[in-house]
Design a protein around this ligand. Structure first.
Ligand SMILES: [Ca+2]
Ligand SMILES: [Ca+2]
Ligand SMILES: [Ca+2]
Ligand SMILES: [Ca+2]
Length: 313
């Protein structure tokens, strides 16, 4: 599995979001992240202004020239121009964000809306938010400054990226037809390509990294070449998507043996990256049954309603 800068960024942010420290020389003051309800309106307004004042090269995608590179180019919308704005072309999608997710005590659940445009419909199918995907991406700020991009396809396991990013990729369809270029690289002639604009709470929120400031909205152009259906990242026999026990589309908040991990000072290891989910010393793989047709049964030997692989007794 290739590592990418995005994965790296995420790790940094998870540490950064919990406390933002300012050294005043004599004492260290911890500034807690702002409540979600204070940020949601500001982000929404910034995004709306951006969408209404920008467009992209959608005509080129509609009737592509033979040498068209299928790259999304965002452009300022000139007044009086008949081109459609991103706002007219985009589909909104709303996700609930819990303050717990960013380690904020305010006990809030706030809806954040992101916007996406499918520039090219892929010929294949869509991954789940828990699959490994072969992607090309470019990340930029609303002002157009690029903070990260990949020039070649790379593999990314979606749960280790940021939420707007993985939810966005799961809206795309993959390609099916690989073309070998003369220079040894390859491309997909029918991959899904999209543009995504999402608020800070689906990104790094109060974390800052490089040119990405606190509470910064992010713009991604993404191409989905391929993906591994039913990715089983920890190789425990259960596809990662089925390890989202509370079904909220977030894989990092399902950790059956969290108490034992805390007690043993071992790192927080959510079920999708934990091969022994209940920490009983028996690998999950040996506490489930994979049937001949590929389906999985979850035996519950003592009949207490908790399947063996999540049950310590
Ligand atoms: Ca979850
Ligand atoms: Ca665990
Ligand atoms: Ca597991
Ligand atoms: Ca076990």
């Amino acid at each position: 599995m290739h590592k990418s800068k995005i994965l790296l960024l995420l790790t940094v942010v998870f540490i950064a979001v919990y406390s933002c420290k300012k050294d005043t020389g004599t004492e260290v003051i911890t500034i807690p992240p702002e409540p979600l309800s204070d940020v949601v309106g500001v982000n929404a307004e910034q995004i709306e202004v951006f969408l209404k004042t920008h467009t992209y090269n959608y005509e080129e995608f509609k009737s592509p020239a033979t040498d068209f590179d299928f790259e999304i180019k965002i452009d300022t919308l000139i007044e009086g121009n008949s081109k459609k704005s991103l706002f007219e072309l985009a589909t909104p999608r709303t996700l609930s964000v819990s303050s717990d997710y960013f380690g904020i005590d305010s006990d809030e659940v706030v809806d954040f809306t992101y916007y996406y445009i499918i520039a090219r419909e892929g010929a294949g199918s869509s991954p789940t938010v828990a699959d490994s995907t072969l992607v090309k991406y470019k990340g930029q700020l609303l002002d157009g400054r690029v903070f990260d991009q990949s020039s070649n396809y790379l593999w990314q396991y979606l749960p280790l990226t940021i939420r707007g990013y993985y939810d966005g990729i799961s809206q795309l369809k993959s390609g099916t037809n690989v073309i070998e270029n003369s220079d040894g690289t390859s491309k997909y002639s029918d991959s899904g390509i999209g543009l995504f604009v999402f608020p800070s709470a689906l990104g790094y929120y109060s974390g800052s990294q490089g040119i990405i400031g606190q509470y910064e909205n992010l713009v991604f152009t993404l191409e989905l070449g391929n993906y591994v259906p039913d990715t089983d990242y920890d190789n425990d026999g259960i596809p990662s998507i089925l390890e989202d026990l509370n079904g909220d589309g977030i894989l990092t908040n399902d950790n059956t043996d969290e108490a034992e991990e805390v007690r043993a000072y071992t790192p927080y290891t959510a079920n999708h990256i934990d091969a022994d989910d209940d920490n009983d010393g028996i690998p999950t793989r040996f506490e489930i049954t994979i049937n001949e047709d590929g389906t999985i049964s979850f035996p519950d030997t003592d009949g207490d309603g908790i399947p063996d692989y999540l049950d310590k007794d």
